[in-house]
Ligand binder design. Structure first.
Ligand SMILES: Nc1ncnc2c1ncn2[C@@H]1O[C@H](COP(=O)(O)OP(=O)(O)O)[C@@H](O)[C@H]1O
Ligand SMILES: [Mg+2]
Length: 303
């Protein structure tokens, strides 16, 4: 792998990890650039959590390494990395403010700085009045907000978040999105795993898709879409869609519902004849021609 050492980058370099017969990571490689949020995608059991845990030494890879600014990360994780693990509900008995101060102290902050940061996070998350409540007394969404604050209280340069959006209501999703966007805009390296591909599409400039322990697609979302060999043609059409689609070259898929038709076609298929014919043979109300969605790319990648 060619690693550019002049710019800080988080590099997952050829990680392998087996648990008995299970190959959780099988040559997992990808890079996270500061300022560009990266969505880490993959089916259940693909190896996302294992790769993230490897950054923090929570699992020891059989081979491969994780590098930050060209060096193994071990010594940086305490102060420069923030981690939101998959399993929540850590420290349920602690009070919010105490927990955040504790996490700040763990990551090398002075007591005063940690307390100031805890205050500001609780304020920002709308939890200031609950500062002395125990974590377990909060709703799921609020517990997740606190988990996020716990990962960020020491203002890390690198943020690694394992399914931070799972189970959140739309308002909590907005809060979480806003904080991640702001972090990326400040030049932090942000990577998070998620199954909510619409959200990833809104937030992330870059994605890495892992399947069976190996990253199978990596790069700029826009470029990946443009480079796809497929396009999506959607029409609202009253008429004989079977006849119409039959006359078009390179149709891979047709899904029809209630006069709305979605066709997956070759990117180089010329659709002008198709549209003309649709207007001649029936009533064409709307049409759109777009690159595949991130969900389409995902399905293609893990098929
Ligand atoms: N500590 C472990 N012991 C045994 N198997 C594990 C362990 N951690 C993960 N695995 C297995 O490794 C594979 C990858 O898991 P994981 O990294 O959690 O996937 P993901 O986060 O993408 O859903 C799965 O088959 C999982 O069951
Ligand atoms: Mg996981």
């Amino acid at each position: 792998m060619i690693v550019n050492l002049t710019r800080p980058m988080l590099v997952f370099d050829d990680l392998h990890k087996s648990f008995g017969d299970i190959r959780a990571l099988d040559g997992c490689s990808f890079q996270v650039r500061p300022g560009k949020m990266l969505g880490f995608l993959g089916p259940n059991g693909a190896g996302k959590t294992t790769a993230m845990r490897a950054v923090f030494g929570l699992i020891r890879p059989d081979s491969g390494q994780v590098l930050w600014e060209g060096r193994p990360v071990e010594k940086d994780t305490a102060t420069r990395f923030g981690y939101m693990p998959e399993q929540r509900g850590l420290y349920p008995k602690m009070r919010l403010h105490d927990l955040l101060v504790y996490m700040g102290r763990l990551h090398g902050m002075s007591k005063g700085d940690a307390a100031a940061s805890a205050d500001s996070w609780l304020e920002r998350l709308g939890l200031a009045e609950r500062a002395t409540d125990r974590v377990e007394a909060l709703s799921h969404g609020n517990q997740q907000r606190v988990q996020l604050a716990a990962a960020l209280v020491h203002d890390p340069d690198v943020m690694i978040l394992d399914e931070p959006f799972s189970g959140l209501d739309p308002i909590a999703v907005d809060t979480m999105s806003g904080i991640l966007r702001e972090a990326a805009a400040q030049g932090k390296a942000v990577v998070f795993s998620s199954h909510q591909l619409d959200l990833v599409e809104d937030l992330c400039e870059e994605v890495a898709i892992i399947n069976q322990g190996r990253v199978v697609v990596e790069g700029d979302v826009k470029q990946l879409k443009e480079a796809s060999p497929y396009r999506r043609l959607e029409i609202d059409f009253d008429g004989d869609i079977g006849d119409l689609a039959g006359a078009l070259d390179g149709v891979h898929d047709l899904v029809s519902f209630n006069g709305h038709h979605q066709l997956t076609i070759d990117a180089n298929t010329d659709i002008r004849q198709f549209l003309a014919r649709a207007q001649e043979t029936g009533h064409l109300r709307t049409f759109s021609y777009t690159a595949p969605s991130l969900s389409d790319l995902f399905r293609e990648a893990v098929r």
